[in-house]
Design a protein around this ligand. Structure first.
Ligand code: GLU
Ligand code: ZN
Length: 491
């Protein structure tokens, strides 16, 4: 059932390059918002000046645009809760921290790192919970004066309630966290800088977020945030409601380890550079925790949006499978209409990808070969090597291919093939018949007979259908390349 009141957010920190885990989170939030006709808020959590960068911020915007995941409020589009970059909202957080302190929901903690470490060790040794022990919950005025005389600079700590926190996760069902496992936690640094633990739920409250859909790695912060929401409601920050939470399953990479953002496979830029289609990549990423139906892996983004429900997300870890991701992308390439396909390949037919002189490019030859490539490509970047034989003056020299295809007797076979090709009518069927006949003379099946021809003409053992390729390349260039190969074999 559509619910236009849905307000979800995508709120990355601009550190490093966008990665697939982040894209999956963005996609699920976007699909949820679009499914309901609700609102996607794009918020930039850039409160950590030491780690955040402007470059990473630009990359995030660029990634969202490339993926076609549009947002309704956020950078560049604005909205009623602007600004959407947390670095521009610092005064607001300081004000909320003060209100929390005044209302007794937070307190100053003067403990030094050494003291905290020491008490944590002691608690561990005694088998007690090792989180913050509440020492500064009650600090007398004299003690406070003494700490200040010593020059200690306090952090602000949030006071967790002494009862368990229970909530119903949209993916995992009912979860309960007991107070021992969720100790009081810092919300403002000693230097006055507000922390993620404060600014994230404060903005969710102010921006009236209804559903928080995010990775399972953040599950442990949820009970803290729920307690903070309740406190915010009491002091009149936000609209007084707590959002629903849904935690998306872990994504596992190689060796069944969690896919890390440092893993090369997780970099979004890699997929863009290899020429994944946005539809293919989004289709695959949506399968990391969700499916359209048990027997349909391939679908469009529109189909996903129409069907997406957070309740159908699976809590079990999802496995990232690059082979499957490529296969799905190949299916999406096949589904493109021919014109869109030829246009989508364009970047890989130009500098810096093209390995031929620009003026050698021949649009007609390209459009003739394109349908053969469309049914075979996994990623668009593969197009360059598949068609370069058409635009290079001489085919690439791939030594491994040459070694594999040119065996004893290849020169004799090539000579026969050259004669028959020279005499053939120049169309794929006749060219095939010529090579079949040449093979028969040497006791070779077509597969074995065509390998040296292919390497002589294209430079490689694998490629697009050979006889169609020869037809497009033309008689003169084909024969010249066979001659060059024969000369090389003779040498
Ligand atoms: N900025 C946080 C992160 O990137 C957001 C976490 C959340 O979705 O609450 O991890
Ligand atoms: Zn303390």
């Amino acid at each position: 059932m559509a619910n236009a009141n849905v307000r979800v957010r995508f709120c990355p920190s601009p550190t490093g390059n966008p990665h697939v885990g982040l894209v999956r989170t963005a996609l699920f939030n976007w699909a949820f918002a679009r499914h309901h006709g609700g609102t996607l808020v794009f918020r930039i959590e850039d409160t950590d000046a030491a780690r955040d960068s402007e470059e990473s911020y630009q990359q995030l915007l660029d990634a969202m645009r490339w993926l076609g995941l549009d947002w309704d409020e956020g950078p560049e589009v604005g909205g009623p809760h602007a600004p959407y970059r947390q670095s521009q909202r610092m005064d607001l957080y300081k004000d909320v921290a003060k209100k929390l302190l005044d209302a007794g929901h937070a307190y100053y903690c003067y403990c030094t790192t050494e003291e905290l470490d020491e008490r944590r060790e002691a608690a561990r040794a005694a088998g007690r919970p090792s989180g913050y022990d509440g020492t500064c919950r009650e600090v007398s005025d004299e003690q406070k004066a003494e700490y200040e005389r010593q020059g200690r600079e306090p952090i602000v700590r949030f006071r967790m309630p002494d009862e368990p926190i229970t909530f119903t996760d949209l993916v995992r069902g009912e979860l309960t966290f007991t107070p021992e496992n969720v100790p009081d936690y810092g919300i403002v640094r000693a230097n006055g800088a507000p922390l993620y633990t404060l600014v994230n739920p404060v903005d969710d409250a102010l921006m009236e977020i209804t559903h928080v859909l995010r990775g399972e790695d953040l599950l442990s912060s949820t009970p803290r945030q729920i307690a903070l929401y309740r406190a915010l409601a009491e002091i009149g920050v936000g609209n007084g409601t707590t959002p629903d939470f849904g935690h998306l399953p872990y994504v596992m990479g190689e060796g069944n380890k969690k896919l890390s953002k440092r893993d090369p496979q997780s970099s979004l830029n890699l997929y863009r550079e290899r020429g994944f289609l946005r539809e293919g990549l989004l289709n695959y990423l949506s399968l990391l925790g969700w499916s359209l139906s048990a027997d349909q892996d391939l679908f469009t983004i529109d189909e996903m949006v129409a069907a997406f429900d957070i309740k159908d997300v699976n809590a079990n870890p999802a496995r990232f499978d690059l082979k499957k991701c490529e296969a799905i992308n190949a299916d999406h390439i096949r589904r493109l209409d021919p014109k869109t396909f030829t246009e989508a390949c364009t970047p890989w037919l130009r500098a810096p990808h093209a390995n031929w002189p620009e003026e050698n490019f021949d649009q007609t030859a390209w459009e003739t070969i394109a349908p053969h490539a469309q049914t075979r490509l996994t990623v668009l970047s593969d197009i360059t090597a598949n068609v370069d034989f058409l635009f290079l003056d001489e085919p690439v020299e791939d030594e491994a291919s040459w070694a594999k295809a040119m065996k004893e007797g290849s020169d004799a076979l090539l000579r026969t093939a050259r004669e028959k090709l020279a005499a053939a009518e120049w169309n794929a069927d006749a060219l095939k018949a010529a090579v079949v006949a040449a093979g028969e003379e040497h006791g070779l099946k077509l597969g074995k007979a065509q390998a040296p021809v292919r390497v002589a003409v294209t430079g490689r053992t694998v490629g697009l259908p050979l006889f169609e390729s020869l037809e497009i390349l033309g008689r003169e260039r084909t024969l010249a390349r066979v001659d060059a190969a024969l000369a090389k074999l003779g040498a």
